[in-house]
Design a binder for this molecule. Structure first.
Ligand code: AMP
Length: 281
């Protein structure tokens, strides 16, 4: 496995794959790697096959953080991360600095103007412009044939699919299922910041989503399902519900009917730690 610390070195390292017929599969991450990322990398290895190339990036992208303290407290575990990448058969890990990634007076951003209106887009202004901008830059640098994203960030996955379609990136986007702890809590780099008490309470999020799916199948109204879910989460000792919504899972807009493909998505604070999760209904 090769560790590549700058854009110039990355271009040099990957130049031999340009114009070749080799599959190059890319997994972007912000590090603090866990089972969720590991699964993405295993999926990337599977797509690449024995002869293909897997590239992962580890970059805590400052421009997608709307909250400076979330950025400064974001866990950083580079040595452990590199060991995980090596174990999962990653060929190249790209670990640029923010100074290398962003020119001093950069003045172009890529924004998405429809799918990003609700959920995380509404509660974290500028977040998806930061995500789209960095992912577009990484796609240009790596020039992968394929890229893998987790359904944990369902809205992000939908927005990346839209960006690839609308801006003609010749890249296949693959979605990976959410990986969970045994008690149901979705793996997240932010879980390590939960207090013991909040860590014990947080699995209620997935229990609530499962119950909502069941209630939906039984024919309860969307409003009723949301109300039951909100009470259950607040009773568990959550600090605040940032959002809890049922949306069309392709458009991320409010559904007009229960026949549409639906997603229930939530963001909940336990203390100052914001957790997200979702389920397809
Ligand atoms: P992050 O490092 O949080 O930016 O996440 C990098 C990628 O890993 C994104 O595509 C996430 O959706 C994905 N990911 C994070 N946590 C999980 C999880 N628990 N299950 C599946 N994918 C995940």
């Amino acid at each position: 496995m090769q560790i590549v610390t700058s854009k110039d070195l990355l271009r040099g390292a990957l130049s031999k794959y340009r114009g070749s017929h080799q599959t190059v599969v890319f997994v972007p991450t912000m590090g603090a790697l866990h089972e969720g990322h590991r699964t993405l990398m295993a999926k990337a290895r599977q797509i690449a096959g024995e002869d293909g190339v897997v590239v992962a990036s580890i970059f805590v992208n400052p421009i997608q953080f709307d909250n400076p303290s979330d950025l400064s407290s974001y866990p950083r575990t580079m040595e452990q991360d590199l060991a995980i990448c090596a174990n999962e058969g990653v060929n190249y890990v790209f670990t640029p600095s923010a100074q290398d990634m962003y020119a001093d007076q950069r003045s172009i951003i890529i924004d998405e103007t429809s799918l990003s209106g609700k959920l995380c887009g509404a509660s974290r202004p500028g977040h998806f412009a930061g995500v789209c901008t960095v992912v577009a830059k990484l796609f240009n640098l790596v020039q992968p044939t394929d890229a893998v994203f987790g359904k944990k960030d369902y809205q992000q996955l939908a927005i990346i699919r839209r960006m690839v379609r609308d801006l003609d990136f010749p890249i296949r986007i693959h979605g990976a299922e959410i990986v969970r702890h045994e008690d149901g809590l979705a793996y997240s780099s932010r879980n390590v910041r939960l207090s013991e008490e909040n860590r014990a309470a947080a699995p209620v999020l997935y229990q609530t989503l499962l119950e909502a799916k069941q209630q939906f199948a039984e024919g309860k109204s969307l409003d009723e399902i949301k109300q039951i879910a909100e009470s259950k989460i607040m009773d568990s000792g959550a600090t605040k519900i940032d959002y809890l919504e049922i949306v069309n899972r392709e458009t991320m807009q409010e559904p007009q009917s229960k026949e549409e493909p639906l997603l229930m998505a939530l963001a909940v604070f336990y203390g100052d730690v914001r957790l997200i999760d979702n389920i397809e209904l």
